[in-house]
Design a binder for this molecule. Structure first.
Ligand SMILES: Cc1cc2nc3c(=O)[nH]c(=O)nc-3n(C[C@H](O)[C@H](O)[C@H](O)COP(=O)(O)O)c2cc1C
Length: 166
C-alpha cells in the first residue's frame, strides 16, 4: 500500500466566505482515508508546510482585483524556498469574490505555473454579490450548493492523490 499522502489547504479570509469554502473542501478531502489534510491560514503556513505536502488547495478572496494581500505574502515567503522542489504536484483553487474573481484565478495560476504545479480542475469562484461597503464588510454565509461544490473538489483532489493518478 502507498504511504499516506498529505494535502495542504492554505486560505485567507476577512469576512469568512473563503474560510467556509476551504473548510468544506478540507471536509471533502478528509473522506479519503489515504490522505491526511492540513488546513492552515496563509499567515501560519510556510515553506516547510509546502514541501511537506503532496498536493495543494489554495483558497483566497479577491481583493482590489488581486489575491488577498496575506495570501500574496504566503506565496512571496514560500516561492523561492520551494522552487523546483515541488514540480508536478497537483493543485486546485477556490476564490471567494464579490462579483468577479477572475484576476485572482489568473494570479494564482501564474504562480502555480512558476512552481510547475499541475492544475487538476478549473478554479471554483463563489460570488457573494455584496455591492455596498456595508455589505462587503459584513460576515458572509456561503450557500450550501457552493459549499457542496467545494466539498466535491476537495474529495476529487484527495481521491486522485490517494490513487496516484496525478
Ligand atoms: C478591500 C476589498 C476589495 C475587494 N475587491 C474585490 C474585487 O476586486 N473583486 C471582487 O469580485 N470582489 C472584491 N471584494 C469582495 C470580496 O472578494 C468578498 O467580500 C469576499 O467575500 C471576501 O472573502 P472573505 O469573506 O473570505 O473575506 C473586495 C473586498 C474588499 C474588502
Amino acid at each position: 500500500m502507498n504511504p499516506q499522502k498529505t494535502l495542504l489547504v492554505v486560505y485567507h479570509t476577512m469576512t469568512g466566505g473563503t474560510a467556509q469554502m476551504a473548510q468544506a473542501a478540507a471536509e471533502g478531502a478528509r473522506e479519503e482515508p489515504g490522505v491526511q489534510v492540513r488546513l492552515l491560514r496563509a499567515t501560519e503556513a510556510g515553506p516547510d508546510d509546502v514541501l511537506g505536502a503532496d498536493g495543494y488547495l489554495f483558497a483566497t478572496p479577491e481583493n482590489l482585483a488581486a489575491i488577498a494581500g496575506l495570501m500574496k505574502d504566503f506565496f512571496d515567503r514560500c516561492y523561492y524556498p520551494v522552487l523546483d522542489r515541488i514540480n508536478g504536484r497537483p493543485y486546485a483553487l477556490l476564490v471567494c469574490a464579490g462579483s468577479d474573481g477572475q484576476n485572482a484565478v489568473r494570479q494564482v495560476d501564474r504562480i502555480a505555473t512558476g512552481w510547475r504545479l499541475k492544475s487538476v480542475a478549473p478554479a471554483i469562484i463563489v460570488c457573494t454579490h455584496a455591492q455596498t461597503p456595508e455589505a462587503i464588510l459584513r460576515p458572509k454565509q456561503i450557500g450550501e450548493a457552493d459549499l457542496a461544490q467545494c466539498r466535491e473538489l476537495g474529495a476529487a483532489l484527495a481521491a486522485g492523490m490517494a490513487l496516484g493518478v496525478y
